[in-house]
Design a protein around this ligand. Structure first.
Ligand code: ADP
Ligand code: MG
Length: 232
């Protein structure tokens, strides 16, 4: 379980995240919605440790990880699928996946688990292709697979549907649903695509100007009028 409490984050002197607190439990998908520029990516970068926080705590299964490096957080089970995917374009698909596995403690399996290819069959066909030669949808599948091979306790995904065609969006939605049913993984999904977020959300959070302004059960999102918060 991820627990964020009293988190503050700045870029230089601009105060971006203001007293953010929420939890993302295991075996559930927590969806964070909000318009452009409200601080969603900054929050995920703070959880991963790419930008050190100025105040508050980030706990994973009760342990504060907020002072650890990104590598240490990854080794403890935090996996990040960044906005824009950021796969290694000059490495092959297989090499990208092996990079994802490199965060695991030494001595664990050194080959990509077959369930990854069951989830994303196209990656098996493309193993020797360079990441940069894949389509956007294939790169997104690779970015999610690369996060999953580290066998995480928490996966954070930043707008995985951005710029992706509908058939792949559907596939990604099914994968997230099945991961959430597995029960051992906490999922934090940042989305601007309301329908996609609502269909996956066990819990929702709405961010506005760096604060969480609404939260509730995924099943109540329509009733709570959340669509209006993210309509562009
Ligand atoms: N590296 C940065 N340096 C300074 N300001 C930034 C940086 N990255 C983002 N910002 C600003 O922080 C705010 C939140 O950005 P971001 O977290 O990317 O929002 P979102 O992901 O919700 O669109 C925006 O006002 C953005 O301009
Ligand atoms: Mg963003």
């Amino acid at each position: 379980m991820l627990e964020i409490s009293g988190l503050h984050q700045y870029y230089g002197s601009s105060h971006i995240l203001r007293d953010v607190s929420f939890t993302a439990p295991q075996g559930a998908c927590t969806v964070l919605l909000g318009r452009n520029g409200v601080g969603k990516t900054t929050l995920l970068r703070s959880i991963m440790g790419v930008t050190p926080i100025r105040g508050g705590a980030i706990r994973l299964d009760g342990v504060d990880i907020s002072q650890l490096t990104p590598n240490q957080r990854a080794a403890r089970g935090v996996a990040y699928v960044p906005q824009g995917r950021e796969i290694f374009s000059r490495l092959t698909v297989e090499e990208n996946l092996l990079m994802g596995m490199a965060v695991k403690p030494a001595g664990k399996a050194r080959s990509v688990p077959s369930e990854i290819y069951e989830m994303f069959p196209v990656l098996k066909e493309m193993l020797r292709r360079r990441g940069g030669d894949l389509s956007g949808g294939q790169q997104q599948q690779l970015a999610i697979a690369r996060a999953l091979v580290s066998d995480p306790k928490l996966i954070i995904l930043d707008e995985p549907t951005e710029g992706i065609q509908p058939s792949i969006i559907k596939l990604i939605g099914e994968v997230i649903k099945s991961l959430s049913r597995r029960g051992d993984l906490a999922i934090l999904l940042v989305e601007q695509f309301y329908d996609f977020g609502r269909d996956l959300a066990d819990h929702y959070l709405v961010m506005s100007r760096g604060s969480i302004v609404r939260q509730g059960l995924g099943a109540d999102m329509d009733k709570d009028g959340i669509r209006d918060f993210v309509a562009l």
